[in-house]
Design a protein around this ligand. Structure first.
Ligand SMILES: [Zn+2]
Length: 290
């Protein structure tokens, strides 16, 4: 009787009306359970046979998988851009067995529409026109970021869960739209922590310092490359304590917070990028990694 119940539980978990015959052989789990536009996604896969390698495709991006020997499962990180409409999208998995045989699996996941805040501006924001010199710097910054962000290293440097960069309250969440005259003027692509200047900032996870330099909008900015297309960005810093090329560990102090660049006051803005897409850092912090 107990056995029957166990089988029922495992088959109902794997069953899905949209998947094919092989569905009951593969176990796919993902976090968060409700995926919205702007979400990072942690995929966990138990294939029907022992694999030597596993790769995935999701929304035209490559998903890199690692094997966790303790949980005997494969895990990989992915995400959905804010611009992605609600709908069903396929995750395609391709594995290779130790004997060299290729196996594959497709699951269609629902992406729901995220509920993001809107701030309606009552008065026009004061835009100061950048000077020609500032415009030159903005263009140089953009070229630098384009170059730095375009490289994807398949090696994973992150491990375990992601840590908050500071212990402080969040003053603005990801995805907030600033609306003026009925039109969205800007989207907040990160998380703001209300911290005074010179508060120690730690790395969300292990990685290599991709950028550590002053930029026009971001101010003193540190970008960590965690591998597999995952980057974390720390902005408006008063002091950078790492250099480009340095390896940093999860939880290591990398900078002091500040109000440099285009900031209305001291705070820490943290952003998460996965393969060119900004993702909700708060969701990343909540994921349970093997
Ligand atoms: Zn911000």
């Amino acid at each position: 009787m107990v056995l029957v119940c166990l089988i029922l539980v495992s088959s109902s978990r794997a069953s899905n009306p949209t998947v094919g015959h092989a569905a009951k052989d593969w176990q796919l789990h993902w976090e968060p359970a409700r995926v919205v536009n702007g979400s990072p996604i942690l995929f966990k896969v138990v294939p029907p046979v022992r694999l030597e390698s596993l790769a995935g495709t999701w929304l035209d991006h490559e998903v890199f998988f690692s094997f966790d020997p303790h949980g005997k499962l494969w895990f990989g990180i992915a995400g959905v851009s804010l611009e992605t409409p609600a709908g069903k999208f396929a995750l395609t998995l391709r594995g290779k067995t130790t004997a060299g045989q290729e196996v594959s699996f497709v699951e269609r996941l629902t992406v729901a529409k995220g509920r993001y805040r809107q701030i309606v501006l009552q008065v026009p924001r004061q835009f100061t026109e950048p000077t020609p010199e500032q415009r030159e710097q903005i263009q140089q910054d953009q070229a630098l970021k384009r170059e730095a962000f375009s490289r994807i290293d398949p090696n994973r440097e992150w491990s375990g869960g992601f840590l908050p960069p500071v212990r402080a309250s969040i003053t603005d969440v990801f995805g907030t739209a600033r609306v003026f005259n009925g039109a969205t003027q800007s989207l907040h692509m990160g998380l703001d922590y209300g911290v005074p200047s010179d508060t120690p900032v730690v790395a969300l996870n292990s990685g290599t310092v991709l950028l550590a330099r002053p930029l026009f909008f971001e101010g003193n900015c540190v970008v960590l490359n965690h591998g597999q297309g995952l980057l974390t960005l720390y902005m408006h810093l008063s002091k950078m304590e790492v250099q480009e090329g340095d390896h940093v560990l999860r939880g290591q102090e990398i900078a002091l917070s500040g109000g440099t660049g285009r900031a209305t006051g001291p705070h820490l803005h943290v952003a998460v990028r996965w393969q060119g897409i900004y993702l909700n850092p708060a969701t990343l912090l909540s994921l349970e990694f093997p």
